[in-house]
Design a binder for this molecule. Structure first.
Ligand SMILES: Cc1cc2nc3c(=O)[nH]c(=O)nc-3n(C[C@H](O)[C@H](O)[C@H](O)COP(=O)(O)OP(=O)(O)OC[C@H]3O[C@@H](n4cnc5c(N)ncnc54)[C@H](O)[C@@H]3O)c2cc1C
Ligand SMILES: NC(=O)c1ccc[n+]([C@@H]2O[C@H](COP(=O)([O-])OP(=O)(O)OC[C@H]3O[C@@H](n4cnc5c(N)ncnc54)[C@H](O)[C@@H]3O)[C@@H](O)[C@H]2O)c1
Ligand code: SF4
Ligand code: FES
Length: 796
């Protein structure tokens, strides 16, 4: 991977200066080794992962010798000799010989069925073995071992992972994250043997099992060793190059011989040998710049890299970068939410971020990496801003939109948001594949593909349908395709969808489960029983979790109107449960903050009010101004209409939160212009604005229509919201949806096509029929109270 990338970089700068000859030991042109995990997991085949095919070599006039390793270097005469006896002279020689997998020297390791996981041959061997054998053992619970284990599970094998340490991926994670990872992977079906030392491999000609030093043993028909790698330096050593842990190079990747260079896993730079592509590609870039420059002195050298890793197992989001363990000189900021399975830790030294571990929600990773790389001083920043809460980052707000141009989107290839946006604009790119070809973004592990796709959609303003992205890593299908299958095939349960659409993980993940729960409820409104386990924590317990693990309670106040009886109840409850803060919200109601989880049901009972749904993907509030009865400018009854609307749409499930407002004149005191649906009274009529947003992504609402009566207002809201419910992706705000599909196309359906409008209104009424107030329901059920409110397992 490093060798050919170096040639590409050289050709970018000096297309015709050098004549290249490439020798490779494997019987393939260069391929994306990273995606061997995807091949094993069944998401790609060997042809898909070739990076430069034979035609590319031909077109670029590069002489390629595959399956023919170099066995000798004659430095004096500047000649290399291959295993097949080919002699080739050189002016410059680049070593990019990578690593060999480390094979534990255990008795029995020569047996049939004991392999590594490094190349296409290993991958094919595992796929073949799974056809006739059932039990696999993977030695090593690091990145490679776990990706191999996931692949073997996908191939239908039972998998035992044997790991020498107390917790998984101890070279990349701290203990908390390692344990959470173990729990998640156990759910996927892996069996773990931690703190285990293998003594020998047992069996006859073929492996039959493993025996451990503590006397225990397991059966295995296949043993995959994934216990690390060793730089492949044999040839370099024989050629007399200086070797440390790998081939020693300076900042220009030059060895102790001035026309011999080394890049990739076989090179040691400033005492570090890297095992991930991002630094190797950086090395290639620096070597290319050095080779292409005629005045070598001024060329900036490679300074080393901050590395980060991401595990490529679907349904598990793990990110680790830099120094992730605490030391005496470091302090850390942590968020640990056991309900959601989210763990975030940022390690800080001398006011700078030096490492991070994210589990369950890795949306913050580009920003944190960028802060680490720039050495940003965080002493003045609020700690909340460094680690946004789950509700911010998983809320569907666009992460790429808020990124700076110099922040990296593709870590493997070092491509920034600015690079991608310029390429899209300057070259008129239309697909993720074109962005990949032109910028290299998403060309390696593929982890950044969703962000590239999102950026493409945002930059071109094209329909995201052109940028087809799967719902999550568990499936190849998009949101639209999954919803269409639910409708067309009459699917009614989450498990059924996963089975029929061949989900790659049995339990799904935190992205697809809530989305499937929503789509199933949308398609089968009267039949579907909501799966509360597939909802985010706030929606499950019907209150908002706060940073200290307590909750906030917001009772419904229709149209922002209250009375002395409600206020008295709220005051009594606040005293009884020692509420720490009473706060009037932006949505015109009262928030009771600092409530203990176990107090929630009795508090709701004492309040006797309905839930304000301040936590849900549903209608939040309808804010109103005082209107014509009191205000001298008011032309309409804003309070009356606001209350009617709030009562009608209360509890409606929507793809994301929905906020509304009614103002009785264009002075707009209820801020109708920045709501999902905003209504403004004008002389003898109402104007309806949609897709406004007052949050991070500030956006003024667009005029949908002007109507005369409050009934027309309600019918239009029904048609618009039902269309939004049916067409938008889960976690897409109305503002993003309208930007994506365009208001004109929505007007055609919601206003102009009378038949479709009526059908939408009818479907909305069916959806609303089934709503029950969640607080009242929970108060009435001891069983639900026990399950939801008696466990205490959130630490933040
Ligand atoms: C399954 C798997 C998943 C991975 N996932 C990731 C990931 O998600 N992210 C990430 O950053 N990294 C990942 N890696 C690591 C990444 O693939 C390596 O860091 C990268 O391939 C190293 O590039 P390289 O060019 O140094 O070595 P290699 O890609 O190994 O290339 C070296 C080549 O040189 C050949 N060779 C050796 N000796 C000779 C000789 N004498 N003559 C001719 N040819 C020779 C070898 O056969 C090999 O083909 C993964 C690795 C594996 C195995
Ligand atoms: N997603 C990714 O970024 C990714 C995926 C696969 C591979 N890789 C790279 O490929 C290389 C190889 O990966 P790896 O996972 O083999 O290396 P690793 O060094 O990251 O992990 C090896 C693991 O094996 C364990 N181990 C060591 N000896 C053992 C023993 N005797 N018994 C049981 N466990 C033992 C170690 O504790 C360690 O956790 C690394 O450079 C890695 O970064 C990266
Ligand atoms: S929006 Fe108009 S009617 Fe409503 S309170 Fe403001 S000024 Fe009065
Ligand atoms: S982050 Fe790996 S390809 Fe972009």
């Amino acid at each position: 991977m490093a060798g050919i990338r170096t040639l590409e970089e050289i050709m970018k700068q000096e297309p015709n200066r050098f004549q290249f000859v490439v020798f490779g030991e494997e019987n393939h042109p260069n391929y994306n080794r990273i995606l061997l995990s995807s091949v094993l997991q069944g998401d790609a085949n060997v042809n898909d992962i070739v990076l430069n095919d034979y035609k590319w070599y031909e077109q670029n006039n590069i002489e390629l010798h595959v399956d023919d390793p170099i066995v000798e270097v004659d430095k004096k005469n500047q000649i290399v000799i291959s295993a097949n006896g080919v002699k080739c002279s050189y002016d410059h020689l680049i070593f990019a010989t990578g690593s060999n997998p480390f094979m534990l020297p255990l008795p029995g390791s020569e047996k049939e069925g004991v392999i590594a996981f490094r190349n296409i041959r290993d991958c094919e061997s595992m796929i073949e073995t799974a056809k006739s054998y059932k039990k696999a053992a993977v030695i090593g619970g690091g990145l490679l071992g776990l990706e191999a284990a996931r692949g073997l599970l996908n191939l239908g094998m039972e998998v035992d992972v044997i790991h020498i340490s107390d917790y998984l991926m101890e070279r990349q994670l701290d203990e908390d994250a390692g344990k959470m990872l173990e729990k998640e992977l156990k759910k996927q079906g892996m069996r773990f043997h931690l703190n285990k030392h293998t003594e020998k491999i047992i069996g006859g000609k073929r492996v039959k099992g493993l025996k451990f030093k503590d006397g225990s043993s397991i059966q295995a028909d296949l043993v995959v060793m994934a216990v690390g790698i060793r730089p492949n330096v044999e040839l370099a050593e024989k050629a007399g190059l200086d070797i440390g842990r790998a081939i020693l190079v300076d900042d220009h990747m030059v060895t102790n011989e001035k026309n011999i260079y080394a890049v990739g896993e076989c090179a040691e730079h400033r005492g570090i040998v890297y095992g991930l592509v991002a630094p190797l590609y950086e090395q290639g870039k620096h070597l290319a710049a050095y080779l292409c420059s005629s005045e070598k002195k001024g060329v900036p050298g490679y300074q080393g890299s901050i590395v980060y890793t991401q595990l490529k197992v679907s349904g598990v989001d793990v990110f680790s970068a830099g120094e992730f363990m605490d030391t005496e000189e470091t302090k850390s900021i942590r968020v640990h939410d056991e309900f959601e399975g989210v763990f975030k830790k940022v390690v800080v030294r001398d006011h700078q971020i030096v490492g991070a571990v994210l589990f369950g929600d890795t949306a913050d990773s580009p920003r944190l990496l960028s802060m680490m790389r720039s050495g940003q001083d965080i002493s003045e920043m609020s700690k909340v801003a460094i680690l946004p809460s789950e509700s911010n980052s998983a809320s569907g707000e666009s992460v790429v939109l808020t990124m700076q141009d110099d922040e990296t989107i593709c870590g493997c290839n070092g491509v920034t948001k600015g690079d991608i946006v310029s390429a899209i604009k300057d070259l008129g790119l239309k697909t993720v594949n074109e962005v990949k070809q032109c910028t290299n973004a998403s060309r390696s592990c593929g982890g950044c593909k969703p962000q590239v796709a999102e950026l493409l959609a945002l930059t071109t303003g094209e329909s995201a349908a052109d940028v087809k992205e799967p719902m999550c890593g568990c499936t190849k299908y998009t949101h639209e395709e999954v919803t269409a299958s639910i409708r067309d095939m009459g699917l009614t349960h989450i498990r059924e969808v996963m089975n029929v659409l061949e989900w790659s993980s049995d339990a799904g993940c935190s992205k697809c489960r809530p989305a499937l729960n929503y789509y199933l409820g949308l398609v089968n409104p009267s039949m579907y029983i909501d799966d509360s386990h597939s909802r985010f924590i706030n929606e499950r317990v019907h209150a908002n979790i706060q940073k200290d693990g307590t909750f906030s309670v917001v009772p419904r106040m229709y149209g922002g109107v209250t009375d002395s009886e409600q206020l008295r109840k709220i005051a009594d409850v606040a005293d009884k449960y020692k509420v720490r803060l009473l706060k009037v919200t932006g949505g015109q109601r009262i928030d009771l903050l600092g409530v203990k989880k176990e107090d929630l049901p009795s508090m709701w009972k004492d309040l006797g009010m309905r839930s304000g749904y301040a936590y849900g993907k549903t209608l939040r509030t309808v804010k109103t101004c005082v209107g014509k009865d009191f205000c001298r400018f008011g032309t309409q009854d804003s309070i009356g209409l606001g209350i009617e609307i709030e009562k009608k749409y209360e509890g409606l499930n929507t793809p994301h939160k929905v906020k509304m407002a009614v103002s009785a004149c264009p002075r707009n005191c209820a801020e109708s212009g920045i709501k999902d649906v905003g209504i403004v009274g004008v002389e003898g009529a109402w104007e309806l604005y949609v897709a406004g947003n007052g949050g991070v992504d500030l956006r003024g609402g667009e005029l949908l229509c002007k109507v005369k009566t409050s009934q027309e207002v309600i019918d239009t809201i029904s048609a618009f919201l039902q269309y939004y419910r049916e067409q938008a992706n889960y976690l897409e705000r109305t503002s993003h949806w309208v930007e994506r599909v365009g208001l004109d196309s929505i007007k055609k359906v919601v206003l102009e096509d009378q038949k479709e409008r009526e059908a939408l209104i009818e479907r909305m009424d069916i959806a609303l029929e089934n709503h029950k107030d969640p607080w009242t329901e929970i108060v009435a059920s001891d069983e639900v109270q026990k399950e939801l409110f008696e466990k205490k397992n959130v630490t933040v």
